[in-house]
Design a protein. Structure first.
Length: 99
């Protein structure tokens, strides 16, 4: 009888350990998934002002290459580049504040 009780106790302990390991694995997968979502969100947030700065830089170069150069439009594009860079820097600064 004692042998049966020990065997049942050992099986129960092994089952508890398996459940604990499954819970730990699930918690790890949740953390990895959350980090992936966070990375995707950050990439999207940073990509927007960077893409806008590149677009404005290309426009600025085109307006400067005209004969005669369209300095008013080139200057406006350069100001937008500055704003886009500041937006990207603000996003990074907010991120540092969170971490």
């Amino acid at each position: 009888m004692k042998w049966l009780e020990r065997t049942e106790r050992k099986c129960a302990e092994e089952e508890r350990e398996r459940l604990r390991q499954l819970e730990a694995d699930l918690a790890h997968m949740n953390r990895v998934t959350m980090l992936g979502e966070l990375a995707g969100s950050l990439a999207h947030e940073l990509n927007q002002p960077i893409a806008a700065a590149i677009t404005n830089a290309n426009a600025c170069l085109r307006w400067l290459a005209r004969n005669p150069p369209d300095l008013e439009r080139a200057c406006a594009a350069a100001m937008r580049i500055e704003n886009d860079g500041s937006r990207a820097a603000d996003i990074i600064q907010r991120l540092r504040g969170v971490l």
